[in-house]
Design a protein around this ligand. Sequence first.
Ligand code: G6Q
Length: 550
Amino acid sequence: MFGNKQEANKGKAWKKLAKHFRDMKDVEMRGLFRKDAQRAERYNINLDAMMLDYSKNRITDKTLSCLLDLAKESKLAEKIEAMFKGDKINMTEKRAVLHIALRNRENTPIYVDGKNVMPEVNAVLAKMRKFTEDVRLGKFVGYTGKKLTNIVNIGIGGSDLGPKMATEALRKYWAKDIQCYFISNIDGTACSEVLNKIDPECTLFVICSKTFTTIETLTNAKTCRKWLVDALGEHAVSKHFVAVSTNANEVAKFGIDTENMFEFWDFVGGRYSMWSAIGLSIALAVGMDNFEKMLDGAHEMDMHFKYTEHSKNIPVILALLSVWYNDFYNFHSNAVIPYDQYLQYVPAYLQQLVMESNGKFVSNDGEYIKYPTSAVVFGGAGTDVQHSFFQLMHQGTQIIPCDIIVPAISHNEVGEHHEILLANALAQGEALMKGKTVKEAYDEMRRAGKPKEDAKRLKKYKSFEGNRPTNTIVFKKIDPYALGMLIAMYEHKTFVEGVIWNIDSFDQMGVELGKQMALSILPELQSNASGISHDSSTINLIKTIKRLRK
Ligand code: G6Q
């Protein structure tokens, strides 16, 4: 479908890039660094206590200028303005896209359908503050008067990944007596494992669902409700359940008092919602002051993104590099490696953010797209992943551009641990870029005293092609403010990619088909009913599973 037709429906700047690519495709970064002593200084951007080094990329000034032309040709500046203004840039669903309003710390008015959304945003933040303080201070207590110290977030997708990632990232800021749990999967194991650990008298369930119709979340919430009612009785529900949703009717139907509901709005997409009341679990764990610091950090990135010229704009540069690799080099994966244990869920969070936003094959003009859109994102915490998939990153036949995220200071400066961790993070970037030639590998073995024959036999195996791109993103420390900056940076990067690819980054229609089919298969598994006609493989799988479950 895509192949070599990338240029088919693209403009001048795209074609210019395609031409420039022919000059660049064999260029080695080693040589670029050798020729230009200022390269690292020129290709980095500082913002407050963070720095992006993007010098280890296969780019020259010409590449950047062509990419910036592409941004211009894609009307990026106008599209950024449209998002910040509250225009309905989610075209398929005719919705504004205003996660930036949730952290609009200057409180400037933002209008949707002629109505300023900021008073409602602020009112929910104030309600969150009151509630989280009451819970944390033991003023809002459980039915039997005990302090609520187990927070159980029930939600899935955008109503889970953000709160789970951020809560873990900020674990060092948790109140001493609070424990957080996350139940997302419909697999009964998720629910059972949490319920086995906690005491109902001290447990607060936060049911997060934008629509309040998601089968996984409602099934998990019902199971937890029954568990609580069995232990404490029906009257206990209002003291142990709160909801975060846009759908007051369904919340009431479920049996949660809408007094205990925290609202958000259609202009907040699920995967962009951790800044809203969907972040209630984060705020319960780390306190509202820290939650608001996270909003402050995101706001700083928003302002940087909105006002900084594109050549010095962090999310814009990251997105343009991603387009460069994905659409011209045909590097279709992207690894994200945080060198911080607390950021272990960032790759999972970004998988949804990026792939659900930009895994699209129809353009905003309703045409099938002839160029690659989103890369496959994956990753994990360093140094762990160095001992797993980094083999392929260094010597595999695919090239995987990689983001390395490093805090200069750890929350746990134990002995030499952090310096060893930092050394590894920097070494990976350098090794991926420089590689090791066959000759270097041979000489090294000889110097180490290996016999000639062995060195000859092994020299290729021990060589590294190098020329593998990385961005290094350095923070002083991962505090709530830095986390806000980091996540907002990736949100805007994703948006810019979508603009260049001319797609709607804010719907997710691709998740519907499987859900629909599951609804038709369920009764067939439960009884002898047969639903829509299936392929022979599915029919056989249904039969086999039914036989095994007997
Ligand atoms: C995110 C998606 C999706 C959504 C979940 C949960 O952008 O829309 O991941 O968050 O399907 O939906 P509810 O919050 O409505 O339960």
